[in-house]
Each structure stands twice: as structure tokens, then as C-alpha cells.
Design a protein around this ligand. Sequence first.
Ligand SMILES: Cc1cc2nc3c(=O)[nH]c(=O)nc-3n(C[C@H](O)[C@H](O)[C@H](O)COP(=O)(O)OP(=O)(O)OC[C@H]3O[C@@H](n4cnc5c(N)ncnc54)[C@H](O)[C@@H]3O)c2cc1C
Length: 493
Amino acid sequence: MAPINETFEYDLVVIGGGSGGLACAKEAVGHGAKVAVLDFVKPSPRGTKWGLGGTCVNVGCIPKKLMHQASILGEGIHEAQAYGWNVSPEQATINWPALVEAVQNHIKSVNWVTRVDLRDKKVEYVNGMGYFKDAHNVVAVLKNGTERVLNTKHVVIAVGGRPRYPHIPGALEYGITSDDIFSMPTPPGKTVVVGAGYIGLECAGFLKGFGYDVTVMVRSIVLRGFDQQMADIVSSAMVEKGINFLHKTVPTSVEKNSEGRLVVKYRNAEGQEGAEECDTVLFAIGRTALTEDLKLENADVKYNDDNKKIPVNEREETNVDGIYAVGDVLDGRPELTPVAILAGRLLARRLLASGTDLMDYSDVATTVFTPLEYGCVGMSEETAVKEFGEENVEVFHAYYKPTEFFIPQKSVRYCYLKSVALREGDQKVVGLHYVGPVAGEVIQGFAAAVKSGLTMKILMNTVGIHPTTAEEFTRLNITKRSGVDPTPATCCS
Ligand SMILES: Cc1cc2nc3c(=O)[nH]c(=O)nc-3n(C[C@H](O)[C@H](O)[C@H](O)COP(=O)(O)OP(=O)(O)OC[C@H]3O[C@@H](n4cnc5c(N)ncnc54)[C@H](O)[C@@H]3O)c2cc1C
């Protein structure tokens, strides 16, 4: 350990140049600190690599949202015809290489802007793999193999995670993950997606939207951790779009057949075995924190043996003085970009300025960008019932037909809202859930209201914006307990 009064070369070294690390570093230099950020991307088993900016920019939120957008635009071509456009949906096909090029060009421009931004703000960027020599000395292994030691007062670990592969024959050899799909040079073709968390479902959704056959293999439940009624609506809509679901099923091997196609063998919970031939197998079975290369033992930093994640207290402090962690590498915190960014910023303010605010990890809103989008904030219905007891929870719900659904005759089943509230007094809202168009945009504003203590009384006294889908939240009045049909009779009363 370095002596206490040592003068350090840096005030802060951040290991990991993704959402959390960059936000923390940029905030820190704003308070006059001398800061270096180390970022290094190990190629995926398929050899895919990318530039500065971390998961979100390169292989996460951004390319995912762009592909989702491309997919719903395809759907829009069908709707446009109903609105009078002279377009022929039958002739509309996706040009996969053109899509990938457009997505990758955008990513490269973000990589570039990120580098320029760091240079302008005087954050030193080190393109090297970091590990601990001790608590105040971080080693950067540079591209050419040479090592550079950075002596620092504080270290922030923001290394994020990478997709996991199952331990089955052929998985590493033939499978891809979300690390590869957004830059695949050739069309994925018929795809088996293994995993039904949000990443698996989102990939399955846009691939089907492009016209590829998709099968989703679900080990236990769809969208674990989310409200299960909403998860059912999302997956039923995917089934209606022609996506095949294999429930309670796990893959046992991936092989290549004599025609060069992949064969995924699987077994279900009843022990029945089967096989599916396809062109691409995409594993989305979870992510592992990238702590193994950090040599945490050299600095005595504790991590969780099971998931390799780092436990921290409410100040993002690890068990070692001067070493902190933010973002996906944290044990038991939401793995979302805005969470990593805000935690990184607040940490830098506390370390290098007079900040005192702590990151509040509760009531974080999120959206699943499946073909039928799902946005939510706060508790699921089942969590609220478990926490407060069924007799103390009131659930308000409604199906809704947005104005824009009428002309293309889209089903009212594709827009559903519910508010999970306490039953007593003004009925505090503890969770809001929405499936329908632009779910992220709808839920974002309500998230601030929920954080401010929204009640059903306030919600019902809020005047809506007509005609929008979000306004339906202000008109919720049917409780599940009443048994009244939540399907609307008309749009405007
Ligand atoms: C397909 C997909 C879709 C997603 N969609 C969304 C979404 O819609 N909305 C949302 O909010 N979140 C989404 N996420 C999650 C989001 O991307 C992450 O929560 C976020 O990127 C986490 O930021 P981070 O700073 O913790 O880590 P990262 O962004 O992963 O950055 C960590 C960086 O550190 C580097 N690194 C690792 N080890 C070392 C080392 N030893 N030395 C140097 N560098 C190292 C890594 O290569 C990486 O560049 C998505 C993720 C995926 C995979």
C-alpha cells in the first residue's frame, strides 16, 4: 500500500471507458482533477471488436435501438399503405449489409466524438488493459504488450460485463452474442435465440421484423425480474408476429451439418429432446462482470465469487479505501446506461468536489424494445403484492386503442397500461407499466412523477394531452379487483 501522504501522479484513474467510467472521468476533470481513463476491448470469440465508449455505444443500447427502429419502420410500410401511401409492402425487403453499414458508421462517429471530447476536456485516454499492482498503482497493458504504471489517489472500477456462453459443445465455436450481431457482415438468416431476457427478446424481435425466421429458447420464464403479466403480453405479441417459442428448454449442443447449416440440439423440462436447424445461434443467457483480468487480489478488493461482481456500499466504495466501482460491474444494481452514468457523476462530485448526493437506485425506469415495446417504473404487481399484501394493493388497468391504430386496424390488445398502487388514502403509485407505441417516451416523464410520490388522486386529476397514448394513464379508473372489462368502448370520452 502507498504511504498516506504520498503525492500521487493522478487524482483519479478510471478502469473502463464505458458509460459509467467516462461520465465519472469527465465530471472529475470538471472539478480540476488530473484523470486518466483506461479502456480496452478484448475481441469476442467470433473476433468482433470495437472502439471507445463501452457496451452501450458499440454493442448495446445504440445499435439495438437503431435495429429496432429499422424493424418497426418495416412494419410502418404496411401501415402506410392503409393510410393511402402507394407502397408495396411485399416488395420491401431488408438490405442487411446496408443496415449494418449505416449502424456501424453511426457508431464510429460516436467513437470519434468521444475521443475528441476526452481530448478537449483533458481526460487522458489510455488504450490499455488495466490491472491492479496495488491499491494505488494501476498497470495498463498497452496494445504492443508494454506496461505502464499509473500512480493514483483514487481508482474507479467501471469495467462492465460481457455476454456469457453456455458450457455446451459447439457454443463457442459456432454461436454469436449481442457482441457480434450488430456488425455481422452477412445476413443472420434463420436464427435461434437462446435466452428470453430483454436482450434475447429484443434481438429476436428485430430479426423477425427483417423477415428472418426466429426461435426463442426459454429456460424458465420470459423477462425475469419484470412484471409477468406484461411479459406475457410482450411474448404473446411476438408469437402473433410468427416468432416461435420453445419453453422450459435448454440447448445441449451446436453442430454444423453437411450443408454448412447449424443444428441446435435441445432438451426440455420433461426430458424430451429435439433439434432445430438454423443459420445463426445467438446466445443471450446473461452477462459476466469483467473482473477476472483486474487482479483484484493485488489490491485486496473483494468480489462475489458466483457472479464475479463487486459489492459496494451506498457511496460506491469497495472494501478497500480509495477504490470505488460503478456500472454493470456492481453486485445487485440495475445494469443500465443511465444508472452507470449518474452513479459515476455523483461519485466524482463526492470524491473531487463538495458533492454529497448519493445515487438512488430505486424506481429506475426502463424500456424493453421488443416489437411491442414495454416501459415500466417501480414495482411489478407481484413484487407489490409480496411486499404489501394483496389486500393492500389496488391495480388500475386499461386496454387502449391509440388514434393511430384505427386506420391500419391494429389490435387494441397492443396497448395496455396498469398502475400498481397502495389501497389506502390517496393511493400512492408504486409501479407503472405500459405496453404500446414509444413506451420509453411515455414512461420517462411518469418516472419523475413516481419518484416525487405520485398518487392515484394526482394522476386522475392530471389533464391529459389528447390524442396521445400517455394520456390514458390520467384516465385509469378500472380496478382489477372490480372485475370490470378494461377494454375501451370509445377513444374520446
Ligand atoms: C444488447 C444490449 C442492449 C442494451 N440496451 C440497453 C438499453 O436500451 N438501455 C440501457 O440503459 N442499457 C442497455 N444496455 C446496458 C448498457 O449497455 C450497460 O448498462 C452499460 O453500458 C454499462 O456501462 P458500464 O460503464 O458499466 O460498462 P461498459 O459500457 O460495458 O464499459 C466498460 C468498458 O471497460 C472496458 N474494460 C473492461 N475491462 C477492462 C480492463 N481491465 N481494462 C480496461 N478496460 C476494460 C470494456 O471493454 C468496456 O469498454 C444494453 C446492453 C446490451 C448488451
